[in-house]
Design a binder for this molecule. Structure first.
Ligand code: ADP
Ligand code: MG
Length: 472
């Protein structure tokens, strides 16, 4: 069989019926193309095993076993298999439903981190899909962002789907394809038992979901090294850092779910995907209706500010006090809407719907090639959320620091008050224990100013706020 590269495939026909149009993505085992069925005209995703792997019967068989394993399951969270086959020239293919959206891996490359509530919602979908796979005695074994695809339901809600059961372990075929001693998987996401090349059960997938959640929120996997052997060693001997110690705004309950998924001892981990999904789901709330006057004299405004610092869950405030100052402060601390008593229940419902509709995450944005701000030779890439110095080194910023810098740099020379900055950064990323704008600016200066005590990029304007003074 000729060693075709993915671009050689464009324009060819596979299986006598799939016309290959363009490359959608590539992994270690295969390349996936958008293709059109030459009779029905239906677009599909055609997955072709890399030609250099077709050489062994074992890999070809494993690839086709993937089709069989996936076809057994029908679930919203698992990409659907439509067809599979082998051509006389050796081409091995699987036709899958064509998904619209983006692999989580590409999203993370683009934005580095997502909020913990977005991560939790992806986790819930993935765990529901895994529960179904595990019920069918299939362990995925390669859960990672490249194998999770985020698409949209008709309602506009995000839906994560599992791809790539390429090294799935089907219990019946025990030992046949995944012999002991053969390590398959991706080191950063591998459970200790997988890293040891020992027996692997459903709990291995739960570990990997823990790693994915950790990465979504912090921007990196818990065990990192240049060296694969060292990653595998660290996975087996070290405890993963506590999520909420890396990102303090993550609620401790979410952090605890990730910690339990990353227990090295299998018996300490969640026992089933459903158990982990329920633990994660309990933490997600769709919307908060908050009365400004709380029992026990607690302050609703304080509570709203606190919620906003930790998450982006929508908040609607209810109050008996129809005071314009309350209303402004309420919106300033991060409420999405404000309803004064007495109110009609129908109005409350209509507003709930409006806020929820507005909060639907936008479809994955296409990164504009020049969506960047340049100053003093530095580049602030708004699409990738990266800050790169004149020397080309990247400065790692937290979500909050990045938003702050972007807000200031978008309005060079203009003095922005603390309130405006709070609004522009949505107050949502301000760390739980250190909520002031000033503290955030101080941290940012430490990272970007050559001499933070004599700032040249972000200057203070006494009694007013801050101004960005970088030169374009
Ligand atoms: N059904 C699909 N629809 C759209 N894109 C897909 C589909 N399946 C896979 N892809 C893209 O191709 C990439 C590789 O697919 P995957 O099944 O993970 O192959 P591999 O076994 O080589 O890792 C994915 O990360 C995704 O970007
Ligand atoms: Mg893959």
């Amino acid at each position: 069989m000729p060693h075709l590269t993915p671009s050689d495939r464009i324009g060819t026909t596979v299986g006598g019926r799939y016309e290959i149009r363009r490359l959608l993505g590539e992994g270690g085992f295969s390349a996936v193309f958008e293709s059109v069925h030459n009779i029905t005209g239906r677009s599909v995703a055609l997955k072709l095993l890399h030609p250099h792997l077709v050489t062994t019967e074992q890999i070809t068989e494993r690839f086709l076993l993937e089709a069989r394993a996936m076809a057994r399951i029908r679930h919203d969270g698992i990409v659907q298999v439509l067809d599979a086959g082998k051509d006389p020239d050796g081409t091995v293919y699987i036709a899958l439903e064509l998904l619209e959206g983006e692999a989580l891996e590409s999203t993370l490359q683009r934005v580095r981190t997502i909020t913990w509530s977005e991560a939790a919602s992806i986790g819930v979908d993935v765990l529901a899909a895994l529960a179904e796979a595990h019920r069918n005695k299939i362990v995925h074994r390669d859960i990672k962002p490249g194998n999770i695809f985020v698409t949209r339901k008709n309602s506009g809600e995000a839906q994560a789907k599992l791809l790539d059961f390429g090294i799935a372990h089907v219990a019946q075929a025990k030992g046949r394809f995944t012999q002991q001693g053969v390590i398959l998987g991706t080191p950063e996401y591998m459970s200790p038992e997988q890293a040891r090349a020992g027996a692997v059960g459903p709990e291995a997938d739960l570990w990997s979901v823990g790693v994915v959640l950790f990465e979504c929120v912090t921007g990196s996997t818990p065990f990192v090294s240049e060296n694969t052997t060292e990653i595998l060693l660290r996975v087996q001997t070290e405890r993963a850092p506590e999520l909420s110690s890396v990102v303090p705004s993550v609620p401790s309950a979410i952090s605890a779910v990730v910690r339990r998924a990353l227990e090295r001892d299998v018996s300490e981990r969640f026992h089933t995907a459903d158990e982990m999904r329920e633990a994660l789901q309990r933490q997600s709330v769709d919307i908060i209706l908050l009365d400004l006057v709380l029992p026990g004299g607690e302050d609703g405004l304080m509570l709203a500010r606190e919620v906003r610092a930790r998450s982006d869950t929508p908040i609607i405030m209810l109050t008996g006090r129809d005071d314009v100052v309350d209303r402004i402060v309420g919106l300033e601390v991060g409420a999405d809407d404000y309803i004064a008593k007495p109110f009609h229940l129908r109005e409350v419902l209509a507003r709930l719907r409006t806020v929820l509709r507005r909060r639907q995450p936008a479809a994955p944005a296409r990164a504009e090639p020049d969506d960047a701000i340049h100053f003093d030779g530095w580049r602030l890439d708004l699409a990738r959320r990266q800050l790169v110095t004149a020397e080309g080194t990247e400065i790692v910023l937290t979500t909050g620091e990045f938003d702050m810098l972007a807000a200031l740099a978008r309005a060079p020379g203009r003095v922005l008050s603390r309130d405006v900055l709070m609004d522009l950064t949505h107050g949502r990323s301000l760390e739980a224990f250190d909520r002031t704008i000033d503290a955030q600016i101080a941290r940012l200066r430490k990272k970007i100013e050559p001499d933070p005590s004599r700032p040249t990029l972000i200057k203070s304007v006494r009694g007013v706020g801050y101004v960005f003074t970088g030169k374009p």
